[in-house]
Each structure stands twice: as structure tokens, then as C-alpha cells.
Design a protein around this ligand. Structure first.
Ligand code: FAD
Ligand code: FES
Length: 445
């Protein structure tokens, strides 16, 4: 078994130069995951000069470690969205993500990324009533979901909500395809943004001067909006396994504790789950063990070929933050584990704002929106954990995060130092693995 992402292993990524010296562009994009690359592509199509700087290699962040189900069936989200935002805005969320699914399907005809349509099934543990409530919610929004009592996966039992005609792809092939459409002279790798100062993105060895700057670094590295109080990183675990029996060629998502997700890729079943707040669990090997135990007790596992983990950011009202607080700086974050479509929505909203065409979806994703009082318990619960660690860090010794000084937790499965406050991660020798941190760990704390 290899301990790395199947999507990245052996893919043969193109490489791009690192940024040296000063360049001028209409727009600078920081971050080369799906959000940064799709936004750069749209801006380039709009005729703008774009420069994208990526700290490592394109796709090396969350996008290269995702499970890449391309769908607007985002778990049982729609009853919550109606409660937090009302029917009209919940419908806009659904419409924008459905548009993103179709946009990906259409773009994927231009290059090979193994995009296929498949049905998506959402299921729960014992409380079947949650599915019935969700069905009422999605009917209000006009979404074509149905409740079925014979889902094609035996372990589901009583029933599931089926969304027909969703999709899945190979995320790295998608990024490689889109970067070939973007063309030469735009993408710079191994060029970490260290600062943004009045229309200039500064990297280690260069700078980009641009009136508009898109921060697509997964967790925003430059915080002008107290994101540290409203973005909550959760980490989860993935096995890519071969089974002795056939597995249905569909998407499955268990919206319950523990959450589980399944999709196939050729003869592999990609199985994810066992999430927790980043940095708040140290025995992460146990999470892989639990996934494997579950797989073995429900399937005939022939082999586990790969295992890996990654993280995504939650928001209190389950809607991403996309937009600008001013000064020409834009962010996109908080995709809730559904970044394949949410990133495309973000790219539409951001590229529209940059060229002065406000998208009809901009309002619901607005970074300055007020939080519904119904979403407040989520905010308080998530912050209680993070703030507890933040305060405790003042009084205890140990390795401290270079973002805001929280004491780091050793992640035994990934051999990394993970921050329980806002999810920065560092390698054993102190290099930044995940934002919002920008600076490596100091030699000794
Ligand atoms: C286990 C798991 C499974 C998932 N499965 C699905 C799924 O099935 N379907 C779905 O829709 N979503 C899924 N998601 C969510 C989805 O993968 C993410 O939301 C999405 O990939 C985020 O993309 P991104 O471009 O915002 O971030 P990233 O891909 O992380 O890109 C950000 C980039 O910014 C770079 N960067 C950071 N700091 C700097 C800096 N200072 N300067 C320059 N560059 C910098 C990083 O190196 C990185 O490459 C899953 C998430 C997890 C955790
Ligand atoms: S990520 Fe904010 S203190 Fe570590």
C-alpha cells in the first residue's frame, strides 16, 4: 500500500517555472488548486492578463487529494440552507452548483479527465426521518431528487435519496487539462506568496503587480475579514481499495456520524470518512484503521492500494465565502467538502466581479454577509474548540504555529505538526504544508 494520493501518483504533471523578478498583470491569482486554476482560466478567456503563483505544484493541495465527486447533492444540506437563508437563496445555491456540474461536464469534452455521469445516493444511519425532511426541502427547491428503497449498495439498508445524472472525474487530469488551456507564461510553481502590499503579491524571489488579486489558497493566507473565526478545517481519510466483488458505479454519501463516501475509478473503490477537526486528534493512524475495519466488515477487500488524508473548511451557515472586502483583494474558501462544484461557482462569481459583471449568485456567497441566528450554534461550537486551544497555547510549552501561535499537535499517521486552531500544517522538519501559515516553523520554540 502506498501512503500518497492515487490521483497524484505517477500522473506526470507538467512543471512550470518559479517566479523571478517583477511582472505586471491585470489579475494575480494566488494558489493553483481547482479554485485558482478555474478562475485564472475564466479571466484569461475574458481577455485579461493573468499571473498565477502556486507555493508548491499545481494540484498538490486539497484538490490532488480529494475524492472528486462532481455533484450538487451536497449531503443533507438543503433543509439547513432553507432554515439559514430562506427558500430563494437555497435555490440559488442549488442552481449555481448545478450550473457548475454542467460547466465541468461541458469543459471536460475538451481534454481527457475521465468525467462520467453517475447517480448519487445520500443515506443516513438510523434516523430515516432526516431523509424524508430533506426530500420535502429539495422538492421546495425543485431539485429532481427521489427517495428510493432499493439503493444499489447493500449496506445502506432502508433507503436513500437519489440524485440522477451527477458526475465524477480524475481531479489531477482535470487540472492538467485546464492548465493546458490556460497556456504558457501564466502559471508559476514553487512561488509562495509571502505578502500582499498595495497591489503587489510578493513571493520569495519575485513579485506580481496587479490591481486585482484573487487569494485561492484554500484557507485565506491574508485575513482581512476575521476568517479565523468563521472557517473551520476538518480533516478526513481516504482508502483506494480493490474488492473481490463488483461495486456499483455510483456516488454514495452517508450524511451521519461517522460520515462515509464512496465512488469508483476503474477497478478501485475510493472510500473516505472518519473526519475530525484538524489538529485536534493525534492518533490519526486509528482513523485509517477504523476505515479499514469498516471496509473489511462490509466488503471482501482484496487489497488497499493507496491511503491518504486531506482537509476542507466548513462555514457556520454551510455556504462558502466568495468575494471581496475591498482593496482589490478577493477570496474563495469554505467549500464544506464540496469544492469541485463550489470552486467553479466561486470562479464565476470572482471573474464576474473582476470584469465588472456582478453574478446573480454573488449575494449568497458574499464574504460580508450576516450570519443567520440559526447558524450561530455552529459558530459557537466550532470556535469553542479552536479558542480553547488558542488560550491554552499561551500557557503550555511545545511547538507553536507561525500563524497565530497555537500549540501544534503531532499527527502520527502523516508525520506532521497540525494546528488545532485554524488548520495550518507543517512537515516534521518545519516546512509549511497547509495554509493559513506562510512561514516555516522556527528551529526551536
Ligand atoms: C477527504 C476529502 C474529500 C473530498 N471529496 C470531495 C468530493 O468528492 N467532491 C467535492 O466537490 N469536493 C470534495 N472535497 C472538497 C474539495 O476537494 C476542496 O474543496 C477543493 O479541492 C479545494 O480546492 P482549492 O483550490 O480551494 O484548494 P487547494 O486545492 O488546496 O488549492 C490551494 C492551493 O494554494 C496553494 N497555496 C497555499 N498558500 C499559498 C501561498 N501563500 N502562495 C501560493 N500558493 C499557496 C496550495 O499549495 C494549494 O495548491 C473533499 C475534501 C476532502 C477533505
Ligand atoms: S493556523 Fe492559526 S494559529 Fe495555527
Amino acid at each position: 500500500m502506498l501512503h500518497k494520493s492515487f490521483w497524484i501518483d505517477g500522473i506526470g504533471r507538467p512543471s512550470f517555472p518559479s517566479l523571478k523578478g517583477s511582472v505586471v498583470a491585470d489579475v494575480a491569482v494566488v494558489g493553483g488548486g481547482i479554485t485558482g486554476l478555474v478562475t485564472a482560466f475564466m479571466l484569461k478567456e475574458a481577455g485579461l492578463k493573468v499571473v498565477l503563483v502556486e507555493a508548491g505544484s499545481i494540484g498538490g493541495g486539497v484538490t490532488g487529494h480529494t475524492t472528486a465527486k462532481v455533484t450538487y447533492a451536497h449531503g443533507l444540506v438543503y433543509q439547513s440552507l432553507i432554515s439559514y437563508l430562506g427558500v430563494r437563496n437555497a435555490r440559488l445555491y442549488a442552481d449555481s452548483n448545478a450550473m457548475a456540474l454542467d460547466w465541468i461536464a461541458s469543459l471536460s469534452r475538451r481534454f481527457d479527465c475521465d468525467f462520467h455521469r453517475s447517480d448519487s445516493y445520500i443515506y443516513v444511519g438510523d434516523n430515516f426521518g432526516r431523509l424524508e425532511s430533506e426530500l420535502s426541502a429539495v422538492r421546495m427547491l425543485g431539485l429532481p431528487a427521489v427517495l428510493v428503497d432499493d439503493p444499489p449498495l447493500r449496506l445502506i439498508g432502508k433507503g436513500a435519496l437519489r440524485y440522477a445524472n451527477q458526475g465524477r472525474f480524475h481531479p489531477m487530469k482535470f487540472l492538467i487539462g485546464i492548465s493546458s488551456l490556460i497556456g504558457k507564461g501564466v502559471i508559476f510553481e514553487n512561488s509562495r506568496a509571502k505578502a500582499i502590499e498595495e497591489g503587489v503579491v510578493k513571493t520569495e524571489n519575485g513579485e506580481v503587480k496587479a490591481k486585482k488579486i484573487i487569494v485561492a489558497t484554500h484557507y485565506p493566507v491574508f485575513d482581512d475579514n476575521n476568517y479565523f473565526l468563521k472557517l473551520f478545517p476538518w480533516r478526513s481519510y481516504v482508502l483506494a481499495m480493490k474488492l473481490k466483488e463488483p461495486f456499483p458505479d455510483c456516488l454514495f454519501y452517508r450524511d451521519d456520524y461517522p460520515f462515509h463516501s464512496f465512488r469508483t475509478y476503474n477497478d478501485l473503490v475510493i472510500f473516505g470518512g472518519e473526519d475530525h477537526r484538524t489538529g485536534q486528534v493525534s492518533d490519526t493512524s486509528e482513523r485509517y484503521r477504523r476505515l479499514l475495519d469498516f471496509a473489511r466488515s462490509n466488503f471482501s477487500v482484496k487489497s488497499v492500494e493507496y491511503r491518504w488524508s486531506t482537509q476542507d473548511n466548513l462555514t457556520p451557515d454551510f455556504v462558502p465565502f466568495v468575494g471581496s472586502k475591498g482593496k482589490g483583494i478577493f477570496v474563495a474558501s469554505g467549500f464544506q467538502g464540496w469544492g469541485m462544484t463550489n470552486s467553479v461557482v466561486a470562479a464565476f462569481v470572482l471573474s464576474g466581479s473582476v470584469v465588472g459583471k456582478k453574478s446573480k449568485w454573488a449575494g449568497i456567497y458574499d464574504v460580508s454577509r450576516g450570519m443567520s441566528f440559526r447558524a450561530f450554534p455552529n459558530m459557537i461550537r466550532e470556535n469553542a474548540g479552536g479558542l480553547g486551544h488558542f488560550v491554552k497555547s499561551r500557557f503550555v510549552k511545545g511547538r507553536k504555529c507561525t500563524h497565530m501561535g497555537c500549540r501544534l499537535t503531532w499527527n502520527d499517521a502523516e508525520n506532521s505538526w497540525d494546528c488545532p486552531c485554524h488548520g495550518s500544517r507543517f512537515s516534521a522538519d518545519g516546512k509549511v504544508l497547509h495554509s493559513p501559515a506562510i512561514e516555516p516553523l522556527k528551529e526551536k520554540d
